[in-house]
Design a protein around this ligand. Sequence first.
Ligand SMILES: NC(=O)C1=CN([C@@H]2O[C@H](COP(=O)(O)OP(=O)(O)OC[C@H]3O[C@@H](n4cnc5c(N)ncnc54)[C@H](O)[C@@H]3O)[C@@H](O)[C@H]2O)C=CC1
Ligand SMILES: N/C(=C\C=C\C(=O)O)C(=O)O
Length: 487
Amino acid sequence: MAGTNALMTLENFINGKFVPCNSYIDSYDPSTGEVYCRVPNSGKEEIEAAVEAARAAFPGWSARSPQERSKVLYRLADLLEQSLEELAQAESRDQGKTVTLARSMDIPRAVQNVRFFASSVLHHTSECTQADPAGCVHYTVRAPVGIAGLISPWNLPLYLLTWKVAPAIAAGNTVIAKPSELTSVTAWMMCKLLEKAGVPPGVVNIVFGTGPRVGEALVAHPEVPLISFTGSQPTAERIIHLSAPHCKKLSLELGGKNPAIIFEDANLEECIPTTVKSSFANQGEICLCTSRIFVQRSIYEEFLEKFVEATRRWKVGIPSDPLASMGALISKAHLEKVRSYIKKARSEGAQILCGEGVDTLSLPAKNQGGYFMLPTVITHIKDESCCMKEEIFGPVTCVVPFDSEEEVIQRANSVKYGLAATVWSCNVGRVHRVAKKLQSGLVWTNCWLIRELNLPFGGMKSSGVGREGGKDSYEFFTEVKTITIKH
Ligand SMILES: NC(=O)C1=CN([C@@H]2O[C@H](COP(=O)(O)OP(=O)(O)OC[C@H]3O[C@@H](n4cnc5c(N)ncnc54)[C@H](O)[C@@H]3O)[C@@H](O)[C@H]2O)C=CC1
Ligand SMILES: N/C(=C\C=C\C(=O)O)C(=O)O
């Protein structure tokens, strides 16, 4: 371990105070491979303290009106926005992504998340019926669930943490959040803004540490009736198992093996740069990234030539490089995992047209230990290959030809995931028809990652359970009651 006094040391945030922990985890700068931060290695004791704080804060917070809670969230959004540059720099150093991406996507979206739920909480309606022969009026009311357990991943740290915290507290819950131990810094920085925003002690508690140790303590706690999780399927299975005895409410947003379907009438001038971005943004570490590209045979060669050329312009650089399109992957283990898929593809006789093992990557001396790799394009790969079936979650995409609409829909649907897809065609009837037949929770046509926060977000099949978004998050973070009045 590096000299501990030189390292930034995070603390848990419980009951409105920063609390030291008795053990810590080293956290690495992905661009250098060096330890730069220490993260609390929390356990049951810290979760117990957080539950006590969240329990005590719940009556007062849930009794506030949506208007009062909304004002607090708007103030928090303003404070996050005022700290945008500091948060972007921190997010980049913690996760390996470029500062440019953190500044233009991650932190602005975190601000937008908080503002969005500050607004949407003011506009929910309930239901009522009175056409009842028994002379009754029936109506629904919703109430916050209680203490919400929120577990977020390392790919979009503050972006996904706020996507859970904001709707949960807007609805009147108190929360215990556990960010990924790989990227805990911006969550810790957000805690410093809570008091100034007017968030009462105990409403937001953030406990840092590993999944198996503190994550499982949170998931298994009997006083935490609800878990919102984003991450891998194996972890989701563990969460389902641990929460089952308490019949907890779960929202599980998992991975994807997202297809792009490019018909011969696609506008390639738009399709190619967007598909490069959808394949390699954030080092390919977004659950919505494209990792299978199906191209109609008549334009396959033209597409491939232009796509590889554009991929080679997708610059890998140190995160602070304003010209870099992509930074470092999150960890050495993840880099090796991603590389193993490329090695497997080669062993199956696939062709690697650019990137890993084909082109050379030059980095400054101090970044030689960083977790960098080039964006990689694989062709001549079979649908049955693990590279076409499993989530790689890195800057790797496969390009294969198809002939008919029926064929490509069947192939696109032939994986266990069902999260996102993109469809490229100028034929409006075709894009509607294909979108409806794809087994995906989200379908973008002639674009990617244009987000409507009001509408349901999430996947089907092994991509998760449940949806979050405007109304969907409100319904997830509240319990509904039907009341009948006989008059
Ligand atoms: N958004 C997504 O779809 C993401 C998918 N992944 C996939 O998961 C793979 C592994 O990445 P990881 O970060 O290890 O994902 P993960 O699912 O292990 O971690 C996500 C979050 O869950 C927590 N966690 C882990 N084990 C837990 C447990 N037993 N109980 C409670 N919480 C637990 C982690 O500490 C982290 O906060 C990636 O290679 C990628 O394929 C990873 C991150 C995001
Ligand atoms: N859940 C993920 C991305 C969400 C994006 C959005 O809400 O816009 C992920 O990458 O895990």
